[in-house]
Design a protein around this ligand. Structure first.
Ligand SMILES: Cc1cc2nc3c(=O)[nH]c(=O)nc-3n(C[C@H](O)[C@H](O)[C@H](O)COP(=O)(O)OP(=O)(O)OC[C@H]3O[C@@H](n4cnc5c(N)ncnc54)[C@H](O)[C@@H]3O)c2cc1C
Length: 425
């Protein structure tokens, strides 16, 4: 079993990384070479802006290349709950922002001819308990009114033709959702940005920033120092001490994934014949899909822990047991890959984007970042280029999290809380 992300192991290498010396200045410096930073870099470079990306490790080496490859529409939230807290109009607008984000990924794949098996597969939210299905019925009622007419309720008897498991009590199908090979997509985005003139420096960790005036900053990184007219912070869950304002507001939470060996088409038909993305309704739930080469990619929180090779392997064993509870048909199937990554979570699970101390930023996608990071990278590029930009997450307050919430010892406590919640609800 390889302890490396399947997506990165089966993607081409990024060949256009900048090898020259770091320039002394640029129009825009982007900190972070994940999907947010790369989408912003491409959009800015297309406008003729002199843009430099500073990535501490390798492009899409963090969450952007380690996720489940779901490009789903719909919110991380129960839309009714969000309508209560933010009002129905705002909840609807946020829901539609995710629709627009999936559309944008699809358009980019086409525009840049990125070979990443993008497919409008549809997503099924799977009721893990009978009462969860009642909640899905209510959600469907609300969505059908004027939010998403492309949803369909699947009572247990109908779900059988989609997902062959005795563990679910019905589901809700979101037809606009998609899937893609996220490694090939991310590398394709980086190559496209480079082709347009963005200079992408890997192994360039930013260690400090000095504000010069307004949005102008001096940026210190392991490959030198440069002055930028504007800076975009696109550091996701990996945000460290060099960016304390953001570090205090993002909670990094581990999520883990296993990938089986390639299945035969009979095996795929015996578990998920319609090959959609599947997400269960539990708080400590699971998400799964079939890869372009017919593996089951099966993820979940498994343990409330951070990611490391040892932690990933432990979580992988838990995931394998859960996978076999859901799909006992796969008994004896080899697990070929196991990996983990950090989710960039906010306390209300809504992203945050805007400007702080002259720095532009976008992060906090809370597990729904494949599509939204791309969308928000482009929105922030528009804002930095001085164009009117429709930021769906404008004006959301963003207080710091209490110190323990970002500490690793606190994660198992949160896990225990959600386990109890899953047991009683
Ligand atoms: C296991 C897992 C499964 C997921 N599954 C899904 C899914 O199926 N669908 C979905 O929509 N979302 C999913 N997500 C979430 C999604 O992957 C992320 O929200 C998204 O990729 C965030 O992109 P980003 O570019 O903002 O951040 P990242 O991809 O984390 O990129 C940030 C980059 O910034 C760099 N960086 C940080 N600090 C510095 C510094 N000081 N100097 C230079 N560089 C720095 C990091 O090295 C990193 O490469 C999942 C996440 C994980 C971890």
């Amino acid at each position: 079993m390889k302890l490396t992300p399947y997506w990165l192991d089966t993607a081409p290498d990024f060949t256009s990384g900048a090898v020259e010396q770091l320039p002394g200045k640029c129009d825009v410096a982007i900190i972070g070479g994940g999907l947010t930073g790369l989408a912003a870099a491409l959009a800015l470079a297309r406008r003729g802006v002199d843009v430099v990306v500073l990535e501490a490790g390798k492009v899409v080496g963090a969450a952007s290349g380690r996720n489940g490859g779901h490009c789903n529409n719909g919110l991380a939230h129960n839309v009714a709950g969000l309508a209560k807290t933010l009002g129905p109009d705002r909840a609807r607008a946020l829901y539609h922002a995710f629709d627009a984000a999936v559309d944008r990924v699809e358009q980019l794949v086409e525009e840049e001819a990125i070979d990443c098996s993008f497919r409008r597969s549809g997503k099924i939210k799977l009721a893990a308990k009978p009462r969860h299905y009642d909640d899905l019925v209510k959600t469907h009622e609300l969505l059908s009114q004027d939010i998403d007419s492309d949803t369909e309720l699947l009572p247990a008897a109908e779900l059988e033709r989609e997902v062959k498991s005795s563990q679910f009590h019905g589901g809700l199908l979101y037809r606009r959702s998609a899937m893609l090979h996220v490694g090939r997509f991310g590398i394709g985005l980086a190559e496209a940005a480079s082709r347009q003139g963005a200079r992408i420096f890997e192994q360039a960790e930013v260690s400090g920033l000095n504000r010069l005036a307004g949005t102008r900053y001096e940026v210190h990184c392991s490959r030198g120092t440069l002055r930028a007219e504007k800076v975009l912070v696109a550091t996701g869950a990996e945000t460290g001490d060099a960016l304390p304002f953001f570090r205090r507001r993002i909670v990094p939470v581990g999520s883990f994934i296993i990938a089986t060996e390639p299945l035969t088409s009979e095996q795929v038909d015996s578990i998920m014949p319609t090959r959609r993305t599947g997400v269960t309704t539990k708080n400590i739930g699971n998400y799964f899909r079939i890869s372009p080469d017919d593996r089951l990619i099966f993820g979940g929180r498994a343990r409330f822990a951070l990611s490391s090779p040892d932690s990933d392997a432990k979580s992988g064993r838990i995931l394998e047991r859960t996978m076999l509870q859901i799909f006992p048909q796969l008994a004896g199937t080899e697990i070929a890959y196991c990996w983990g990554g950090l989710l960039d979570i906010t306390t209300d699970r809504l992203p945050r984007a805007g400007q702080q101390d002259g720095l532009f930023y976008s992060m906090g996608y809370s597990g729904h970042g494949v599509q939204m990071s791309v969308y928000m990278g482009e929105v922030m590029a528009q804002a930095m280029a001085g164009e009117a930009a429709a930021n769906p997450f404008r004006d959301l307050s963003w207080p710091p999290v209490p110190a323990p919430a970002s500490s690793s010892w606190f994660l198992p406590l949160i896990g225990a809380y959600y386990r109890v919640l899953d047991y009683v609800r």
